[in-house]
Design a protein around this ligand. Structure first.
Ligand SMILES: [Zn+2]
Length: 493
């Protein structure tokens, strides 16, 4: 029995190596193999006996003889073949997971086998086609394959999705650290809201890093608060730009690392997160006790009885949309910071800052075993701005883990830290890269093409440098890129 194949791998089957012989075909029961996966025949199969078996890598429909609930097919596959006109039966074992190294790991060429391996791995990791369906493993580097590659890229680096990307991150596609794409599900303390039109939530997909965080943060929240994390949106099934997040940064919500949570407040000033009073048709901040909040240059913000100072000096909810007047609170960070001590919950609107604080604390404190964490939260209630994770609620909204972001008043937006960050290299890192490249140069010059490269594990010949059909420069560039990524990962930035 052949072994060594995993659910996220492509297995090369060599009938000549298994049985000898010179003429190869398939037997009448060969289609049974295709109930648990696909077979792709080398163009010279009839004389070489080589085909590729691609096990089913999803759990979308029941797989016959699947022996484990883990993702994809696991079990023994039987293939009936014909070798030199004699029927033969071949068995091979497909095990859990995927190969990080060895002949069944993802390879980086442009041959059928290379593309099958890459597609199969992306399908196993859950990366979809442009329509959100599971990636078809077909051996063609087409727009759907590129879509999945580029989403994989964005999900690791938190960069805007660019569907033109063709090169996959070598530092992750064969790594146990690889980020998977997954559908979020409700769990204690974490609920998924319907869409705003009350249909199924269309943006309920994310990275597995985000999913682990939701389970962890939700569980701790359920033990400390009666509120729940209510997901307003994550990412659409296919990832990429959904058109729903035009008030956010370019690329926000593209790649399953951004999550919006609903609060009883609204994004416009209709239902603020603070109590208000209406006087003569104008809405003012209500600090309680019949007071208003006033602003005077040189003095700043203070509370006083309504008739003590001119109403013109009282801080309103919003003088006009986008106003930066020191007496216009809505969506205005310096004013929100100044009036923070005077804000009271808009209880009539159902708003309790303690609930939101509990949710934010649960998110920022969650540390699931996979190492995921929330990097920053954007929200405009200044009573949730904290300078650090000690939660003294003393942040200025510009730095620290909870920050102001224009137009985020009805929801708060959490960013899950990506696996890697693009960065401007310091001299120390440049020196590391140069030293690494010197090592490559030595190998290239003295070690020959077949010596595995440090940190990368492949040799130049495996990377096809010597092949006439692919420019050496392209491969060297890719190597430099991989090395820079490895340095970035090693320094943990
Ligand atoms: Zn958002």
């Amino acid at each position: 029995m052949l072994s060594g194949a995993h659910s996220g791998d492509v297995l090369q089957v060599d009938l000549h190596a298994a049985f000898g012989g010179t003429e190869f075909g398939v037997g009448p029961d060969f289609p049974n193999l295709q109930q648990v996966g696909q077979a792709f025949f080398a163009s010279d199969f009839s004389s070489s006996g080589v085909f590729y078996f691609v096990p089913e890598a999803t759990d979308e429909s029941p797989i016959p003889h699947d022996t484990s609930p883990a993702r994809g097919f696991q079990g023994i596959v039987t293939a009936d073949v014909i070798v030199d006109a004699v029927p033969r039966s071949l068995e091979f074992l497909v095990e859990l997971g995927f190969s990080e190294t060895g002949p069944n790991s993802v390879s980086y060429g442009n041959n059928l086998e290379d593309i099958l391996r890459l597609e199969q791995r992306l399908r196993f990791f859950g990366y979809p086609e442009a329509d959100g369906n599971s990636l078809d493993v077909d051996g063609f580097m087409d727009t759907d394959t590129q879509w999945a590659i580029s989403l994989f890229e964005s999900a690791h680096a938190h960069t805007p999705h660019d569907p033109q990307v063709e090169k996959v991150r070598r530092d992750f596609v064969n790594s146990a650290d690889a980020v998977h794409w997954t559908e979020l599900t409700a769990s204690p303390g974490f609920q998924i809201l319907p869409s705003v039109s009350r249909g199924p939530q269309p943006e309920r997909w994310a990275t597995d890093r985000a999913a682990e965080l939701m389970r962890s943060a939700g569980l701790s929240l359920s033990q400390s608060s009666s509120s729940t994390l209510a997901l307003r949106s994550a990412s659409p099934a296919q990832g990429g730009d959904s058109g729903f997040h035009t008030n956010e940064l370019n690329g926000a919500h593209d790649a399953g690392l951004d999550l919006d949570f609903e609060t009883p407040s609204t994004n416009d000033s209709a239902t603020p997160f603070f109590a208000t009073r209406e006087i003569n048709g104008q809405r003012y901040i209500d600090p309680g006790n019949g007071d208003l909040v006033f602003y005077q240059p040189g003095v700043g913000y203070f509370a006083a009885q309504e008739n003590t100072y001119s109403l013109n000096d009282a801080v309103r909810v919003e003088i006009s949309a986008g106003s930066t007047d020191p007496r216009s609170a809505w969506n205005n960070r310096p004013v929100l910071l100044g009036i923070r001590p005077f804000l009271r919950d808009n209880l009539g609107g159902g708003y309790r800052v303690d609930d939101v604080r509990a949710q934010i604390m649960a998110l920022l404190s969650a540390a699931p075993s996979g190492g995921a964490h929330v990097e920053v939260i954007h929200y405009n209630d200044p009573r949730t701005w904290t300078a650090d994770r000690n939660f003294n609620w003393d942040g200025d909204g510009l730095s620290g883990p909870v920050q102001f972001r224009s137009n985020l008043s009805g929801i708060f937006h959490a960013e899950v830290a990506p696996s890697v960050h693009d960065m401007t290299l310091s001299q120390v890192h440049v020196d590391e890269i140069v030293a690494g490249l010197d090592g490559h140069d030595d190998l290239f010059t003295h070690g020959g093409l077949s010596t595995p490269l440090p940190s990368i594990g492949e040799s130049f010949s495996q990377m096809n440098v010597s092949s006439a059909n692919e420019p050496v420069f392209q491969n060297m560039t890719s190597t430099y890129y991989s090395l820079a990524r490895l340095v970035t990962r090693r320094v943990g930035i």
